[in-house]
Design a protein around this ligand. Structure first.
Ligand SMILES: Cc1cc2nc3c(=O)[nH]c(=O)nc-3n(C[C@H](O)[C@H](O)[C@H](O)COP(=O)(O)OP(=O)(O)OC[C@H]3O[C@@H](n4cnc5c(N)ncnc54)[C@H](O)[C@@H]3O)c2cc1C
Length: 466
């Protein structure tokens, strides 16, 4: 913030201001009334808030601070970091929870776009915003009183899927006063954070803390029920459901597209692998494991295999270190723990004996022209083939939504317009979609943001606003 003179009226230079608010704390004149220690101090009398001038054109609005602007749910980072600095941990957590029902989960695994945008990074390093959130959630959880709904609305919303998007939608709708139930097929709520993100990255008691808080707002979470198999749209309608949000994520693994994929003993699709480990499976010690892929799911599979006693874990990725989609800290953790990451390597063929995996035939790649999404296409380098020995091969090249169970549940035999939210709503007005199911595989905070959007749409629909 640029201030013109110490004894003159403070003026924000919009071109130079990064809205970090550090000036407010530093200014001896305590220009911002809400920042004053003593409201009636002489300093407070020097300037009133009306003296605060911002050079803005009439049509412009004050931009958000860069960290807040980068956050898909627009968390007031400045606000809660400042409260933490003043040791007001409970207030910090309350401020976080105003927009974010999963502060503990985010404190552990959020991909923190706020930190990439943090203006402090221009000087030295970005603030460790995710760690600060984790600290607030760890330090103050028990002192918080549950959020009470602002009203009581005699309408019921059923949400299918208890991942971050379903939970965020449920939290916002329950706070408005709707009766909200969540139907979840897995035996515990939380979505991928409960059964795919390994417990060594996200301890289960942390996850349960957030979910308990959401339950306390009145959300009824029913687990072990598969929509499309155990329950359908007409069953829900019979119980008085007025609107449904499909928030079932992307639980179907994409294929490596290799011959006879899935037919060999030792082949795993990564979500099945991680889910089995979450359910207590152990792989035999001494196994050699290959993971194919470069996202967080690939890193989690590789690290889980190592922690399970695999003697060697090799991760192969078709592009280079610059292109790898996993968070930088996950790649570093995998390398530090001993995962052998081989960049510019692609799989060609499973090697097996009596239908049991014994290795993977691979080749080196180089990057060609950009594809439709602007990513350079990996091209096989002729004569570079190698065989990597393996007992287990895990495919972790992405996921897609499972439309079959939803079509069954909605009675949409033969029709596939689930991908297009507008057509879906035009055909089935009370059905809404949210999270990875609607936007494709994303992140916890992006899925939450989409869940919150779905809650707004449901509210508009049920209150007759749209
Ligand atoms: C291994 C792995 C690691 C990841 N690591 C990170 C990370 O570090 N940071 C980050 O921000 N993001 C990470 N992600 C991505 C993040 O977890 C997802 O983007 C997010 O969970 C999506 O939320 P969602 O609510 O849309 O769906 P999900 O979390 O997928 O939840 C959907 C829920 O719906 C349930 N369901 C599905 N079908 C039915 C049905 N027919 N009936 C009833 N229930 C059903 C599923 O069991 C699931 O619990 C990771 C993803 C994976 C796979």
């Amino acid at each position: 913030m640029a201030v013109e003179g110490r004894t003159h009226k403070p003026v924000v230079d919009i071109e130079r201001c990064s809205f970090c608010a550090a000036c407010m704390d530093a200014c001896p004149a305590e220009i911002m009334p809400e920042m004053r220690q003593e409201i009636d101090s002489m300093r407070g009398k020097i300037f009133s808030d009306k003296d605060m001038q911002v050079h803005l054109k009439e049509e412009d609005t004050l931009p958000l601070p860069k960290c807040q602007n980068a956050c898909p749910i627009s968390q007031d980072v400045r606000g809660y970091v400042r409260l933490i600095a003043r040791k007001k941990y409970k207030e910090a957590l309350e401020l976080i929870r105003a927009a974010n029902p999963l502060p503990s989960i985010c404190g552990y695994v959020c991909h923190h776009p706020c930190e990439s945008a943090c203006v402090r990074g221009n000087l030295d390093d970005a603030l460790s915003i995710r760690s600060l959130k984790r600290f607030a959630a760890d330090f103050a959880p028990l002192s918080l009183t549950p959020v009470k709904p602002v009203a009581s609305i005699n309408k019921k919303v059923s949400i299918i899927g208890s991942g971050p998007s379903g939970l965020a939608a449920a939290y916002d709708l329950a706070r408005k006063g709707y009766k909200v139930e969540i139907i979840e097929s897995y035996h515990r709520p939380g979505g991928l954070p409960a059964w795919a993100i390994p417990a060594f990255r996200l301890p289960r008691e942390i996850l349960e803390r957030d979910i308990d808080f959401i339950r306390q707002t009145g959300v009824d979470i029913r687990t072990g029920i598969e929509f499309g198999k155990d329950i359908t749209l007409s069953d829900l309608e019979k119980t008085g459901t007025d609107a449904i949000i499909i928030a079932t994520g992307t639980r179907k693994g994409l294929k490596l597209e290799l011959e006879n994929e899935g037919e060999y003993q030792g082949y795993w699709e990564c979500l099945q692998f991680l889910r089995s480990i979450a359910d207590g499976m152990n792989i035999e010690p001494g196994r050699q494991v290959i993971v194919v892929g470069g996202g967080n799911a690939a890193m989690d599979s590789a690290r889980s295999a190592l922690k399970q006693g695999a003697v060697k874990v090799t991760l192969i990725y078709r592009r280079g270190p610059q292109e790898i989609p996993a968070d930088r800290e996950e790649v570093k953790a995998a390398l530090d723990e001993g995962v052998d990451i081989r960049f510019f390597t692609m799989p060609l063929k499973f090697i097996s004996q009596d239908n049991v995996i014994t290795g993977l035939h691979c080749a080196k790649t180089e990057l060609g022209d950009p594809d439709g999404q602007g990513r350079r296409t990996p091209i096989q380098v002729k004569g570079s083939e190698i065989i990597i020995p393996a007992d287990i091969i895990i495919s972790a090249v992405g996921q897609k939504a499972d439309h079959d169970s939803i079509k069954n549940g909605l009675g949409l035999k033969g029709k596939d317009f689930l991908q297009d939210a507008d057509i879906l709503t035009a055909n089935l007005p009370k059905i809404f979609t949210a999270g990875d199911f609607a936007i494709g595989s994303s992140t916890v905070v992006e899925a939450m943001a989409d869940g919150k959007k779905a809650a707004v749409k449901v509210h508009e629909y049920l209150s007759g606003l749209k």
